[in-house]
Write a protein that binds this ligand. Structure first.
Ligand code: 13P
Length: 314
């Protein structure tokens, strides 16, 4: 696990680029990164890089070394419980294992960032607005997430797509906003049960990828450093049900192939979410193209979250 001062020396350590005074930004693939703009400008020796391809390939290599285990706390936890949970996770984290990320409710981002400060655990938010600021009661902007100490933001979660009518276009706009301030965007996609029953799963994933990732002038330079895809079948979220291992493998292979066409071979890593728990994490995380997990219910206990993290490395 990297992202903190106790991170082990990785094979690519000499390529590690660190930006003072910016929130820690884990690359989706396991190394400390920085904002997209900064990634294109500096390495840790202060040498200007020649082009972004090196970084993209570096990120691609790292994808094979580390997995990202992220906890989506959803609308759970008041300060005392959240801080205790974060503390237990920070203390139990194995700095040689996978990358860990906690996404508490926005009220707790800065508290948890403080608790995790100097550790190998990073912190993110569960959503942000696409606008920089303005009259959007109840929303928070990407720069507010960053200001609170967040390095990542979950976007397009099905509970927002289906519960709040969030569209692919809106998710793409939010992704652009997140990239604009150097946040890693965790873009969620996934089919409903009726779409799976109708044999539409792969078409839905294609449509959501095409619509939810910025393109054209706003393409945001999607790469393995600034974007994570989370495949979360809607019917598996919070239900205790998961797709078969073959179905997960098929979906992730499809996403990988489509991403390679859409954004190039060094595209974003792909995490699985939906009823992942210690009992099934080892099998799910061993599937090719499953680069980590986005965990809901099981992230609310340090024991189960850390057990999933342990499964990611065995
Ligand atoms: P569960 O792990 O509770 O199924 O939730 C998954 C999820 O929605 C993560 O974003």
């Amino acid at each position: 696990m990297v992202g903190g001062q106790s991170a082990p020396k990785a094979a690519h350590d000499s390529n590690r680029f660190q930006v003072p005074q910016a929130p820690r930004v884990l690359s989706t693939n396991g190394e400390i990164g920085a904002s997209r703009r900064r990634v294109l400008e500096h390495d840790n020796c202060g040498v200007t890089t020649r082009n972004s391809k090196e970084k993209q390939h570096f990120g691609d290599d790292m994808a094979r070394l580390k997995k990202l285990i992220a906890g989506n706390w959803k609308m759970n936890m008041l300060h005392a419980d959240g801080a205790a949970l974060a503390r237990d996770i920070v203390e139990g984290a194995d700095s040689t294992a996978c990358d860990l990320l906690l996404c508490p409710p926005s009220t707790l981002v800065s508290w948890i960032a403080e608790t995790a400060s100097g550790s190998v655990v990073s912190v993110g938010a569960q959503d942000c607005h696409e606008a920089e600021n303005g009259a959007f009661t109840g929303d928070i902007s990407a720069s507010m997430v960053r200001d609170a100490g967040g390095s990542h933001v979950i976007l397009g979660h099905s509970e927002r797509r289906h519960g709040l009518g969030e569209t692919d276009a809106r998710v793409a706009a939010k992704t652009t906003a997140a990239h604009g301030v150097g946040l890693v965007a965790i873009v969620c996609i996934g089919e409903t049960e009726s779409e799976r029953d109708a044999g539409e799963t792969l078409n839905v994933l294609t449509r959501q990828l095409d619509g939810s990732l910025p393109s054209g002038d706003d393409d945001g330079d999607i790469n393995g450093t600034n974007t994570v895809i989370a495949y979360e079948p809607v019917w598996a979220i919070g239900t205790g049900r998961t797709p078969t291992l073959e179905e997960v493998a098929e979906a992730h292979a499809h996403i990988r192939a489509h991403l390679e066409k859409q954004v190039g071979e060094a595209g974003a890593g792909i995490r699985y979410g939906g009823s992942m728990k210690p009992e099934n994490a080892g099998d799910l995380l061993a599937i090719e193209n499953v680069d980590g997990g986005l965990i809901g219910g099981a992230s609310l206990s340090a024991d189960s979250f850390l057990a999933i993290a342990a499964a990611a490395t065995t």
